[in-house]
Write a protein that binds this ligand. Sequence first.
Ligand code: ATP
Ligand code: MP5
Length: 276
Amino acid sequence: MVANSNSNIPIALTIAGSDSGGGAGIQADLRTFAFHCVHGTSALTCVTAQNTLGVNRVDALSPEAVVAQIEAVATDIGISAVKTGMLLNSEIIAAVAQTIEKLENLQVVVDPVMVSRSGVQLIDDEAVETLRETLIPQATIVTPNRYEAQILSGLEIRDLEEMRSAARCIHHLGAGTVLVKGGGMSGNIRGVDLWYDGQNDETLKTETVDTPHTHGTGCTLSAAIAANLALGCELREAVGRAKQYLTQALKHSLAIGQGQGPVGHFFPLLDEFRQP
Ligand SMILES: Nc1ncnc2c1ncn2[C@@H]1O[C@H](COP(=O)(O)OP(=O)(O)OP(=O)(O)O)[C@@H](O)[C@H]1O
Ligand SMILES: Cc1ncc(COP(=O)(O)O)c(N)n1
């Protein structure tokens, strides 16, 4: 039998950390790519010992090891979209920025992972400056959460108007489009995101899902944006679709562990494979 091989499959790359608990990081990204029928490639930056209660330990890879992974993929398999997640330190960020700058026709989704929603700092202080100066200017879109947007803009964010002001400040750093995520907001703007592309701003809302199990929402959203870009969507459509996917995954989140469980990436298959 001749294999029905497919050479036209869209390909995306995630440059991120490993989450041993499987809810965020590389694990969430590759699962999200797979559920979009996008072939996922990866460059690991660090290994976290993490579960639903928090991060116990982080071990970094060398910048050279990170670059070698990106180059191995780019020079052979090819990629049309990349997302960056937890880059951990200044050296890794600078190396990633230098490497992806050389790649042509690449759409770049920067999730500036600095602080998890549970308040854990995931990147050191010097790294914030390097992110601001080297990687954000290359971003097709940058997707800070409330706390990351506060750090990047220097502004406090308590409402939609302040999300709007922060998005404008971050746009000045050189990103093409800024999406300030509202998962960390409260009341009727919890889960409302603010899009600013340098000309227009827009609030993006699906529905607020009432669940404590939100681990990995940011990783999943940025990976889904990259997947949709790899599939050929325009940026605004890619973000809209990604938000729909994320909302469904949140509605099917997993109440596992003793803390904040992860979103349920495989909701499209749940009914098919659920045990009786
Ligand atoms: N309870 C919720 N209901 C609906 N959407 C939500 C909810 N919580 C988060 N979101 C959405 O999830 C996406 C990620 O936003 P969030 O602010 O949670 O990012 P984050 O803090 O980077 O995520 P993470 O928890 O992975 O760190 C955004 O589109 C946000 O609006
Ligand atoms: C490896 C890794 N990357 C990203 C996050 C952020 O995700 P969250 O804020 O949901 O914890 C994380 N916790 N771990």
